[in-house]
Write a protein that binds this ligand. Structure first.
Ligand code: NAD
Length: 488
């Protein structure tokens, strides 16, 4: 056991309802102060084999339960998450540096909701019968088998449970490979699920790195679905690994989303939405880091955003007053620093920040706003995944929309305007899986979520999740051939 913020966390794998010790380990380092938290099991092909075998053997019994029976267990898992909310929040904060106050208020309640919502949804899931030339077509959602889930470090428990919830509710069993930069809360989830009565083998956790534990899972012939959240380069490797087994993929990847601010907008709202992009130190896939502002208000918008962002409190994420915390790891910190340094060398100007925070040191990077970046340069086209915003200006609606869509990604787009007709026109033209109008980050779990272009493959949420996690079957009943007098 390792003790993190006073919480006991088991660093071993969880396979077939048992803790499995590891021959090898990797160190878990906290971003807050770069302190060593403990050695975590480093799985490989043999642990993945064992986890897939456990999930396969648990599948028939779990799949045979009704949605109501599965739902009762999943709601108990949600209750267990609620009971341990504070432990989960403190451990996640220590592990990946995200704000404790966000976990307490928003993230951990949503983690529990990921189980309750999909448990409820599965119970009501149905498709109306179709009728073709007197034949009745009945559409059913059958469990698909073993689901492999691979997740990133920026919101590890929320992103994992957003897939584990529907996969289990659908009747699948799961093998989770958590991120090596934030592995701890997955282990607590295994404890909670076990205590809630989830049968052995239904949910398994193989800890380890992407190359050693992730890769064998993605090429395993025993998996039936693969849900991956992470970066585009990794997605390419995973798609190739899964291809020989023809495993259906759900990919939720990166973004370079725009915040399109029109001259007719409520400027207070636009400034609020801009500053919100520094949440989680900008380590948010949906973040609207490309500010595109109509020339008529650009000067005032920039001045107000800079003033507000300058007042953000940088520091320890366990402090309720902190707004922006450390970046997740030294390699990631170096990557973000490199992007900003190259942008500045290439002619961009920092109107706020512009580099590591000298006062706090460590992995603390100052909230940064860049202007005058060279069109087409990497700071405007690549995902930085840090507290770094750029501001560009546009003359009119056509130019604004063109610039917003000038990206190989298409995860989200946010527009701020006071005109409903402009909102209709522009939102229809934006190339993104989610478009927010005068708001940000608001989404029902029933709504489709996913990205266009390089931001992903497929959609999850509500029925879209079950379309992916289930084998959707069409059974066609003929009106003829029945020996009974009537066929229901
Ligand atoms: P990453 O791609 O480096 O790693 C993600 C996961 O994949 C980790 O668990 C890692 O161990 C694993 N992995 C790495 N190589 C692998 C391989 N060869 N085979 C199997 N698994 C492998 O991404 P990251 O740095 O952890 O996360 C940041 C990225 O995630 C950003 O691009 C961000 O936009 C994206 N993201 C997307 C969403 C979304 O919902 N669209 C949400 C959060 C994060």
């Amino acid at each position: 056991m390792i003790s993190v913020e006073g919480v006991q966390v088991d660093p071993r794998h969880w396979i077939g309802g048992r803790r499995i010790s590891a021959d090898r380990t990797f160190p878990d380092i906290s971003p807050i102060d770069e302190v060593f938290l403990g050695d975590i099991a480093a799985g490989g092909a043999s642990e993945v084999d064992a986890a897939v075998a456990a999930a396969r053997s648990a599948f028939p019994t779990w799949a045979a339960l009704s949605a109501v029976e599965r739902g009762a267990i999943l709601r108990r898992v949600a209750d267990g998450i609620d009971e341990r909310r504070e432990d989960l929040a403190r451990v996640e904060t220590r592990d990946n540096g995200s704000l404790l106050r966000s976990h307490r208020r928003g993230v951990m309640p949503r983690v529990a909701m990921n189980f309750r919502f999909f448990a409820d949804y599965a119970e009501k899931l149905s498709h109306p019968d179709l009728d073709v030339r007197g034949h009745r077509e009945r559409i059913t959602y059958d469990p698909a088998g073993v689901t492999a889930i691979i997740t990133p470090w920026n919101a590890p428990l929320m992103l994992a449970t957003w897939r584990i919830g529907p996969a289990l509710a659908a009747g699948n069993t799961v093998v989770l490979k958590p991120p090596e930069w934030a592995p701890l809360t997955a282990s607590l989830l295994a404890d909670i699920a076990h205590e809630a009565g989830l049968p052995a083998g239904v949910f398994n956790v193989v800890q380890g790195t992407g190359a050693e534990a992730g890769a064998p899972l993605t090429r395993h012939p025993g998996i039936n679905r693969l849900s991956f959240t992470g970066s585009v380069p990794t997605a390419g490797v995973i798609a190739a690994a899964a291809a020989p087994n023809i495993v259906p993929l759900s990919f939720e990847l990166g973004g370079k989303s725009p915040l399109l601010v029109f001259g007719d907008c409520d400027l207070d709202l636009a400034v609020d939405l801009a500053v919100e992009q520094f949440d989680n130190a900008g380590q948010v896939c949906l973040g609207a880091f490309r500010m595109l502002v109509q020339q008529s208000i650009a000067e005032e918008f920039q001045a107000r955003v800079v003033a507000r962002a300058r007042a953000l409190v940088l520091g320890d994420p366990r402090d309720e007053k902190t707004d922006v915390s450390a970046l997740v790891s030294r390699p990631h910190f170096d990557r973000v620093s490199g992007f900003v340094a190259r942008a500045l060398t290439g002619g961009a100007r920092a109107v706020l920040g512009g580099g590591p925070n000298a006062e706090l040191g460590g992995l603390y990077f100052s909230p940064t706003i860049l202007v005058d970046a060279k069109p087409g340069s990497e700071i405007l086209t690549e995902e930085v995944f840090g507290p770094v915003l750029t501001i560009q200006t546009f003359a009119d609606e056509d130019e604004g929309v063109r610039m917003a869509n000038e990206t190989r990604f298409g995860l989200a787009a946010t527009l701020v305007t006071g005109s409903s007709s402009r909102a209709e026109r522009v939102s229809a033209r934006l190339d993104a899986g989610t478009v927010w109008v005068n708001c940000f980050f608001v989404r029902d779990l029933g709504a489709p979520f996913g990205g266009n272009g390089k931001s992903g493959i497929g959609r999850e949420g509500g029925t879209y999740s079950f379309d992916f996690y289930c084998d959707v079957k069409n059974t066609v009943f003929s009106p003829n051939g029945w020996k009974e007098s009537s066929h229901g």
